[in-house]
Design a protein around this ligand. Structure first.
Ligand code: ZN
Length: 430
């Protein structure tokens, strides 16, 4: 498992000038690498490999002085980044999708990456009795000091102040230095050993929404803070002020900075909320299985009435944090189920509503058994049942009202949803 830790970094004025110069150089390098690949593809239909470009880089470094000023590791990482972007492009071409999407020409880039190498270190000196013992040790990117700020070792630049507000875990492999509106940050990727999965015992399901951020299968609701809508007024003001500043002026630059900072703060608020929410669902409520819907968010944002709210809620980040980060790191389970019919079916008797409920109807009233439940709560319970059925290798069936699906319903028979026991304690894993 790879975890990335983020720390603020404080370069001096001279260091920052150098870093900005490097970023400009790396951007140019990336653009020219992309241009070369594009030309080769369009004229000859050839693919350029990463190693070819790296060889060219070695030649260029011998020839030109400005190439030698920037560390080779960073340049190599930029070429690898281009390679990754073009891998996607080549596969899109092979699949024959309508939109091939060339990797774009960038006006600026904001980050530089370098890998931490392993180097041999002598542990025991050769004496008459013992042999020379050499092991490979990875460079540590951090030099600890007695002061508040430790030092980050940047190749070709020296040491930069870094605030280590939490300890690094695992084996650091890669460092990325990133420029944002609020300053510089170092992202240190570390490799950790995989956490063993715990036995699934206590499960909870969530139904995502826009009026409430989510509803759990216990019936609890989490308010949607709507960060973007909160920030919208201020954004408009900053953008309006920016449009009235003269092009190329110093005041315009300052205003740009203000606007960028405002956007960054909105993002930070959103991330803070999501992080705390995920932690609450797993740790505070002592659940070790979380079930959610597998939503097609890219299709959902095409709805012009909901797109802003959906994008603002950032469900993808929520799912990512639930799945990749928290559940992997702490050994919990995260499961996503197909959202089909979850909000149209009664969670008590399993009958599907004969008429499609529109989004405006917030209470689910069952015509067959008379259950009245909140719409989202009902859906969350259904999601939990669906996951439980999938876990036992069954299919989740709703008694389908429509004639076209009658056969299917008859074949499988109605599942008494109340009889479903969720997760037996002696189960291997989801
Ligand atoms: Zn019912």
């Amino acid at each position: 498992m790879i975890l990335t830790f983020r720390y603020p970094v404080y370069p001096t004025k001279t260091q920052e000038t150098t870093l900005l110069k490097w970023l400009a150089h790396l951007c140019e390098l990336q653009n020219s690498a992309r241009h070369d690949r594009k030309v080769a593809w369009e004229t000859e239909g050839e693919k350029v490999s990463c190693s070819e470009q790296k060889n060219k880089l070695t030649v260029a470094r011998k020839k030109y002085a400005d190439f030698r000023e920037v560390p080779q590791d960073m340049q190599a990482c930029i070429l690898e980044r281009t390679d990754k972007a073009y891998d996607g492009f080549y596969s899109r071409c092979e699949q024959g999708t309508a939109k091939k999407g060339y990797p774009r020409h960038r006006k600026r880039i904001r980050s530089m990456t370098w890998k931490l190498r392993k180097y041999p270190k002598v542990v025991q000196r050769k004496t008459k009795d013992t042999d020379r013992k050499v092991i490979k040790v990875r460079q540590t990117p951090i030099r600890e000091t007695a002061w508040k700020h430790d030092r980050l070792k940047v190749p070709g630049l020296g040491e930069v102040k870094i605030y280590m507000h939490r300890p690094l875990q695992g084996d650091p492999k890669e460092v990325t230095l990133l420029k944002k509106a609020s300053g510089w940050y170092a992202h240190i990727s570390c490799e950790l050993s995989d956490t063993p999965k715990v036995d699934p015992t206590c499960a909870i399901a969530v139904d995502m929404g826009t009026t409430h951020y989510l509803t759990t299968s216990e019936g609890e609701k989490e308010d949607n803070p709507r960060w973007y809508r909160q920030a919208e007024g201020r954004t408009r003001k900053h953008a309006k002020d920016l449009s009235r500043k003269k092009l190329g002026s110093n005041r315009r630059k300052k205003q740009q900075q203000k606007l960028a900072l405002h956007h960054e703060r909105t993002t930070n608020r959103r991330k803070d909320f999501i992080g705390k929410l995920v932690y609450k669902l797993y740790h505070h409520q002592k659940n070790n299985v979380l079930v959610a819907e597998d939503l097609r968010i890219s299709n959902m944002v095409k709805n012009k009435h909901l797109s802003k709210s959906i994008s603002d809620a950032s469900w993808a980040t929520f799912f990512k944090w639930c799945g990749d980060i928290v559940s992997e790191r702490d050994g919990f389970h995260f499961h996503q189920v197909d959202p089909k019919n979850t909000s149209q079916t009664c969670s008590c008797c399993g009958q599907k509503s004969p008429k499609k409920l529109s989004l405006a109807i917030r209470t689910f009233k069952c015509q067959f058994c008379g259950t009245v439940l909140d719409r989202d709560h009902n859906a969350a319970i259904n999601i939990l049942f669906k996951a439980a059925a999938a876990f036992r290798g069954e299919r989740w069936v709703t008694t389908l009202y429509e004639t076209k699906n009658k056969n299917e319903a008859r074949d499988t028979g109605l599942q008494e949803t109340t009889q479903l026991t969720l997760f037996p304690i002696t189960s291997p894993s989801l």
